[in-house]
Write a protein that binds this ligand. Structure first.
Ligand code: PMP
Length: 355
């Protein structure tokens, strides 16, 4: 007798839905923290010529050595740290959880935060421990220290700045958690290009620290490249979990090209920071809106009726993220990715009609 899919697949997988990506066809897409800008035309042409030279008949450089060197040079990764590449930082989260999934091991994250921490705990069979932030999305240090003490997690994930709230915690608070944690601490700096602080200079210098970043938010979401900087001991073990050739030749070539032309991305990030300030100020001026401080390329806002406003914006051709219902602390919250000036103007014009 054959067994059914339901009999074979793990019950915890049967119980969940697949990662949902909203259909953005025909809409101004401000739901996924993408950079709205494409490469300038002349650079795009240069990139096309570079890609034409790539040997797609060959497997990629398995260690991505050229990309790692370019990342080190561009982002001042300390010599003491080793670099690990992933197919997006999503894959790095998976590698970390797979390596740590001993029976009984726990993954801790602050809540609300990036949903893939919890998802990967479930997929790898780690016990998930969520420690709530305060109502204004700060770390509750005594409660978090007590939870670390009680659970002794194998890994603690801290998004710095945090998604979906946008805030960056005080550095000293994160340092206290790194000091206290018995296991690995992942400081996830996906939004570093829009933030005023980083733990990168500590990578390789603190034994239990892994600093994770991505090229996704600066304008390269399509190529899927995440990178981590950590001690040689952690890098050696995580590298064993990494599938061979996880970063394809096209991604490696685009990443190297982009890092050579980093100034273009830095200029775009500077525009987006300025637009973030403008958007936040205009949103704060709307009746009943509470805007939370952001060091990321999005702004999270509490509004009087989030589902209604989300639907109204969608009807007006704008897709944002409705956070209402995702976590009790996010009630009536909406997340606006910072778009181009014209896109942000469209948001503000639509809101003027709706609220
Ligand atoms: N970390 C955080 C905090 C994120 O918000 C995201 C994307 N939303 C990621 C990691 C994953 O990014 P990627 O896989 O595109 O590198």
């Amino acid at each position: 007798m054959k067994q059914s899919v339901e009999q074979l697949v793990r019950p915890e997988i049967l119980a969940i839905g697949a990662y949902h990506v909203a259909d953005a066809t025909g809409l101004i897409k401000l739901d996924a923290m993408e950079n709205p800008y494409r490469l300038p035309a002349e650079l795009n042409a240069e990139l096309a010529a570079t890609l034409a030279e790539v040997a797609i008949n060959r497997y990629p450089d398995p260690s991505g050595g050229g990309v790692k060197e370019a990342l080190r040079a561009a982002y001042a990764i300390p010599d003491a740290a080793e670099v690990l590449l992933g197919n997006g930082s999503d894959e790095l989260i998976t590698l970390i959880t797979q390596a740590l999934a001993r029976p009984g091991a726990k993954l801790m994250a602050l809540e609300p935060s990036f949903v893939m921490y919890r998802m990967n705990a479930l997929l790898s069979g780690l016990e998930y421990v969520g420690v709530p932030l305060t109502a204004d999305f700060a770390i509750d240090l005594p409660a978090t220290l007590a939870a670390i003490d009680a659970h002794r997690p194998a890994v603690l994930f801290i998004a710095y700045p945090n998604n979906p709230t946008g805030n960056r915690y005080p550095r000293e608070t994160v340092e206290a958690l790194i000091e206290a944690a018995p296991g690995l601490v992942v400081v996830d700096e996906a939004y570093q290009a829009f933030a005023d602080d980083s733990f990168m200079s500590d990578a390789g210098r603190r034994d239990n620290l892994l600093v994770m970043r991505t090229l996704s938010k600066i304008g390269l979401a399509g190529i899927r490249l995440g990178y981590a900087a950590t001690s040689p001991a952690w890098a050696r073990e995580l590298d064993k979990v990494r599938p061979p050739y996880n970063v394809n030749v096209l991604t490696q070539a685009v990443a190297r090209f982009a890092l050579e032309h980093r100034a273009v991305f830095d200029e775009q990030a500077a525009i987006l920071r300025a637009e973030r300030a403008r958007l936040a100020e205009a949103l704060a001026a709307r009746p009943g809106f509470t805007v939370f401080p952001s060091e990321a390329n999005f702004v999270t806002v509490r509004v009087p009726d989030a589902p209604a406003l989300f639907a109204g914006l969608k009807a007006a051709g704008i897709l944002i993220k409705n956070l209402h219902g995702a976590h009790p602390l996010l009630s009536h919250c909406l997340r606006f990715t910072v778009g181009s000036p014209a896109e942000n103007d469209a948001v503000l014009a639509a809101l003027a009609q709706l609220s």
